[in-house]
Ligand binder design. Sequence first.
Ligand code: NAD
Length: 445
Amino acid sequence: MTTTKDELIQKLQTKTAKIGILGMGYVGMPLAVVFAEKGYTVLGIDPDQRKVDAFNKGVSYIQDVPSETVDRLHKAGKLSMTADFAALAEMDAVSICVPTPLRQTGDPDMSFILSATEELAKYVHPGMIVVLESTTYPGTTREILVPMLSEGATKLEVGKDLFICFSPERVDPGREDWTTYNTPKVMGGMTPACVEVATTWYSGALETIVPVSSPEAAEMAKLLENTFRMINIGMVNELAMMCERLGVDVWEVIEAAASKPFGFMKFTPGPGLGGHCIPIDPLYLSWKMKALNYNAKFIELASEINTNMPRYVVSRILEGLNDRGKALKGNKALVLGVAYKPDIDDVRESPALDVIALLRNKGATVQYHDPYIPHIHHEHEHWKLESIADESLLAAVREADVTILVTNHRSYNYPELIKNAQFLFDTRNATGNYLKPGDQNVVRL
Ligand SMILES: NC(=O)c1ccc[n+]([C@@H]2O[C@H](COP(=O)([O-])OP(=O)(O)OC[C@H]3O[C@@H](n4cnc5c(N)ncnc54)[C@H](O)[C@@H]3O)[C@@H](O)[C@H]2O)c1
């Protein structure tokens, strides 16, 4: 198969190009759906056979994508899914959306990008466009994708036979106002021709494309966004600890500061960072900088403060129990909300797991409730827990010596929790609007 740039652009414009999505998770699945909804024929390729089987039954395993959508697009022949990488040979355009976690040592785990690219390299052909979407350190596209894809058995010239770009996924799961479709998409290509081809493709389905001059600029833009959040959260977490020592209500301080109409952006403290992005992505940058003999000081400091928050929360709980003449050892703790943020079903890197582990290590009997997460397990400590049932929630709250609100799901009835808890430790200020002067049983972070 030989296709020139103009032929590929034409196929993309007429939506006759075949689109492949490598990695059909939280990022890949919504992207595949947007391309399919806008008229492309899309194939998701994922080695997880359980996901492929669910998909083929018309069942979505991603909260933001309704099963009806999957079923409709599948039946219309616009979206299908396979675990067979050989299907890549037929694709004109491929987005790579595989995980980029950290190793236990805190270093980037590039194994998913490497294995996906290795598979793709077997089937890469002239007239193909490849866009890496996984968050990663600056230099990945140029240093890993380009040699692996262009220097195989058939040598391909990047910008002429093969087009390679980096475009960071910025989606915020659970969000309805800014979605895969309307969140502007930064696009950095190896050459101007690469950006031109990728822009033709993506602008056929997404609202706004923001071209930049190189893959490194696009890789770094994503890291700036998430580092910005991580550092500001670290700063406000430290502010919470300082306010507690000063005897000042941190939540009141933040609201007061946020009344300034310019030059201030509101961040709120909490039990620690969670999710697949904010706690992890900046460490990809600091790792890369270490290789260049540079210490990314802001990232290291914020990471240290944020990582310590579960321990700080437990120290405040110990204090609160002590004030009530109790200990954690031998008593009951109930954690409410274990997802890493409200109203989603994702527990990855959730600080709730650390809070629960610390409570258990102090000898508490720990239960949890989360309407979105039926069970959890702690990988390193090898324990598993099941969520208590919704109908048992208030009874469990009444029985617990301490109830800890870790994730402020909208479905919780906060006045009821205040009324029923013996001691409620609120890490999110979810109760702030409902508290009355006599509510001594509630302590906020
Ligand atoms: N989840 C988010 O909110 C979010 C937001 C922005 C960016 N990102 C970034 O997007 C990337 C993907 O994240 P995610 O949340 O979708 O991860 P995910 O774990 O939900 O999905 C990744 C998928 O890739 C599949 N996979 C693993 N190895 C593969 C391979 N060799 N070939 C093909 N598929 C393979 C997995 O089976 C899984 O289905 C990460 O780099 C992440 O940092 C995630």
